[in-house]
Design a protein around this ligand. Structure first.
Ligand code: GRF
Length: 227
């Protein structure tokens, strides 16, 4: 939990590719001068495009290439060791496309947060936009949640919705959901930095002092939904 001391909230961000969510988080943290230190951006691929952007912003980067390890466990141990070196308060999975072992998740219990491009518990796993179109849902979206050993599952911190439009393809839908992802993750990081987020005895998320943890994409942008 952050904001309990005078020191900055320490974050490590994990990516696999372009890292647009990571960029949205960094830009928000810097734009609002939040008491947050992005200690490092870590990728499981040496050529993840987001690493270059992070470096250009003066952020420390590291790659732990999963291909260099013979088992999932060995990779996760090396990844955990790399992260531990920064002693983060939270580890943010931002487009990090690896299934994590239960041991890794336990190690970072309560500190590991993920963004998933669907309204969980619907459509865990890959190809969420395709799944949404195939099911004919009329609303789709994204979820920021604490990570548990079950894939794309865990206490929900916030969700954002977009309408599914006539003629949508997986890529048009993904583009619309991504706009909400950026706002959603940035706001959650602010809540974490302000020490607002906790879990109750039923493992449900409480976000103190925040009226709405749901967002909606409208014609004018992404807004907290009215309650
Ligand atoms: C995002 O939609 C994320 O939710 C999903 O993969 C995409 C990665 O985007 N897991 P980026 O790397 O943050 O740009």
């Amino acid at each position: 939990m952050c904001a309990s001391t005078s020191s900055a909230c320490r974050l490590v961000v994990l990516i696999s590719g372009r890292g647009s969510n990571m960029q949205a988080i960094v830009n928000m943290v810097r734009g609002q001068a939040l008491p947050v230190e992005i200690c490092a951006v870590v990728a499981n691929k040496v050529d993840a495009a987001g690493l270059e952007w992070a470096q250009s912003q003066g952020i420390e980067t590291k790659s732990v290439a999963h291909r260099d390890f013979s088992s999932r466990e060995a990779f996760d141990e090396a990844l955990a060791a790399a992260i531990d070196a920064y002693q983060p308060d939270y580890v943010l999975l931002a487009g990090f496309m690896r299934v994590l072992t239960p041991g890794f998740v336990e190690h970072f219990n309560g500190k590991l947060i993920n963004i998933h491009p669907s309204l969980l518990p619907a459509f865990p796993g890959l190809h969420t936009h395709q799944q949404a179109l195939a099911m004919g849902v009329q609303w789709h979206g994204c979820t920021v949640h604490f990570v548990t050993p079950v894939l794309d599952h865990g206490p929900i911190i916030a969700q954002g919705v977009v309408p599914v439009l006539f003629g949508d393809t997986p890529s048009t839908l993904a583009e619309r959901v991504l706009q909400v992802e950026h706002r959603l993750y940035a706001d959650v990081v602010r809540w974490l930095a302000e020490g607002r987020v906790s879990l109750d005895t039923m493992q449900r998320v409480q976000v103190h002092g925040i009226a709405s943890r749901s967002f909606v994409l409208t014609s004018t942008g992404v807004e907290p939904s009215q309650r």
